[in-house]
Design a protein around this ligand. Structure first.
Ligand code: CA
Length: 225
């Protein structure tokens, strides 16, 4: 799940980036309304966190221009609990709003609620199956042969990507970029370690393996006869 944060208070933006990343989201941040509008329109995001007062153009304008093209869920962050701000935001197509200062736990709850709601309208894409493996994106729940697998947010992100592109060998570089939002650095073995842990949860105790290593290339999730 990819989230765009458009917030000009640098410390708040970094706090959001860190907290959301720790919860398994891939986060992009911009501090400017014009860049934010461009990124929101051109990029593929599951959710936007949008401040109202921004340099360049304000959050209401970003929202209006976005809504002319896209229905990405938007959670607005407002500085004051001004009724007119709230009304303007919701009228302009915001899905929810939060008044600063807010607790991170509250933000996270709103984000999760919006992402769930977004996926209800596209239910076909919230449930993915491969053989006896089932991934429920809305509930963030994974089962194999009916047995619940307890995954960390990163493992869940990794599995979701492998599942979406099952049968295709994904390189470490692709995994690093898509799941960790890192440029792959050959010194780090973070990907191999995460894959090993995921594989232990996914395949151990079952007759067949689903997660395979393709030596020198990467990893693939598939059912093999
Ligand atoms: Ca601001």
């Amino acid at each position: 799940m990819r989230i765009l944060v458009i917030e000009d208070e640098v410390r708040l933006a970094e706090y959001l980036r860190k907290g959301l990343s720790e919860n398994g989201y891939v986060v992009d941040v911009t501090h400017d309304g014009i860049d934010g509008r461009h990124m929101a329109l051109e990029g593929e995001y599951d959710l936007l966190l949008l401040d109202v007062m921004l340099p360049g153009i304000d959050g209401f304008r970003v929202l209006r221009d976005l809504r002319a093209h896209k229905q990405t869920p938007v959670l607005m962050l407002t500085a004051r609990d001004k009724v007119e701000d709230r009304v303007q935001g919701l009228k302009g197509g915001a899905d929810d709003y939060l008044v600063k200062p807010f607790a991170f736990s509250e933000l996270l709850a709103r984000v999760e609620a919006l992402l769930r709601r977004g996926s209800v309208s596209a239910q076909a894409s919230t449930l993915m199956r491969l053989g006896e493996l089932e991934v429920d994106l809305a509930r963030r729940k994974v089962t194999r042969a009916g047995k619940r697998l307890d995954l960390t947010p990163k493992e869940f992100g990794l599995l979701t990507l492998l599942m979406r592109r099952h049968g295709e060998v994904l390189s470490r570089t692709v995994l690093a970029e898509q799941v960790w939002d890192l440029n792959f650095d050959s010194e780090t073995n973070v990907i191999d370690v995460a894959v090993r842990r995921l594989r232990a949860k996914l395949d151990e105790g079952f007759d067949t393996a689903l997660l395979h290593t393709v030596r020198g290339v990467g990893y693939v999730l598939e059912v093999r006869e």
